[in-house]
Design a protein around this ligand. Structure first.
Ligand code: NAD
Length: 243
């Protein structure tokens, strides 16, 4: 089966990947819904919604700042590296990711559509000034403040529950319409509207392959489902491609 996927990659005219938190667990960043996931001990609405942020920014940052420190020190996983190598050989046209950790770019992927934004920059809601996350981490402040206008809190440029996705959703749908192969890696494919890209790919004629440790909400939409650890799965798919 893994050799079959390698053959499909080899023959694809426009291959696209859709990734989720599972590509980064090997990098030491927990996913959301696994047993050891981020939502085990907290209510996502407190720490990952716009209402939760507005209500208590200190609680929001107490949860996120240590995780951002982990992300800063994380190294790309086998899956990140595999996708970057495919792109550099002209075999992968885009990575659509739900992740906010920036690890695809650090692995060398260049066309990355970040559906949920990223934690790279914070924005002042009062004056619009931006600040790199490193500066906020190094400031040691429990809630990052605006260096320009002195506002007491800045918001990360991530999509939180309750936010709309911006133009990036249209860009992703366009990639999917052009695709003849969609590889989904490390996502439960349970969060919409991103999960809806999978049936869209089917409708517009792409083959769909899902690589994940456990079942996903979209397994029925897939031409092929590979179950296992991504580290092993990508090694087995990469070998016949000489990557
Ligand atoms: P999810 O937690 O719902 O699903 C992750 C999936 O990956 C699970 O089905 C799990 O079985 C699988 N998985 C985990 N490690 C794996 C491994 N080593 N090999 C194979 N499979 C593995 O995550 P999702 O689908 O991305 O959920 C969407 C939300 O998660 C997004 O909103 C995203 O912003 C957010 N998120 C991102 C990060 C990050 O940036 N790294 C981390 C946590 C959550």
């Amino acid at each position: 089966m893994n050799a079959e996927v390698a053959r499909w990659i080899d023959r694809a005219r426009h291959a696209v990947a859709l990734t989720g938190a599972g590509v980064s667990t090997e990098s030491g960043i927990p996913d959301f819904r696994s047993d050891a996931g981020l939502w085990r001990d907290v209510d996502p609405m407190d720490v990952a919604s716009t209402a939760g942020f507005e209500e208590d920014p200190a609680r929001f940052y107490r949860f996120w700042l240590p995780k951002l420190e982990t992300i800063r020190n994380a190294q790309p996983s086998a899956a990140h590296r595999f996708l970057a190598r495919l792109e550099s050989r002209g075999r992968m046209q885009a990575v659509i990711t739900q992740n906010i950790d920036g690890l695809h770019q650090r692995a060398g992927s260049r066309r990355v559509l970040e559906m949920h934004g990223s934690f790279r920059t914070l924005r002042c809601q009062a004056c619009g000034a931006k600040m790199p996350i490193e500066r906020a981490l190094d400031s040691g402040k429990p809630v990052p403040q605006c260096a320009e206008c002195g506002a007491e809190r800045m918001r990360p440029e991530v999509v939180l529950f309750g936010d709309m996705l911006g133009p990036v959703l249209r860009d992703a749908e366009q990639e999917i319409r052009e695709a003849d192969l969609l590889l989904c890696l490390g996502s439960s494919l349970a969060v919409h509207p991103v999960a809806g890209l999978v049936p869209l790919a089917r409708r517009t004629g792409a083959k769909v392959v899902i690589l994940n440790r456990e079942g996903t909400s979209m397994d029925d939409e897939a031409d092929l489902v590979l179950r296992g650890e991504l580290e092993d799965l990508v090694r087995e798919v990469a070998a016949p491609l000489g990557l």
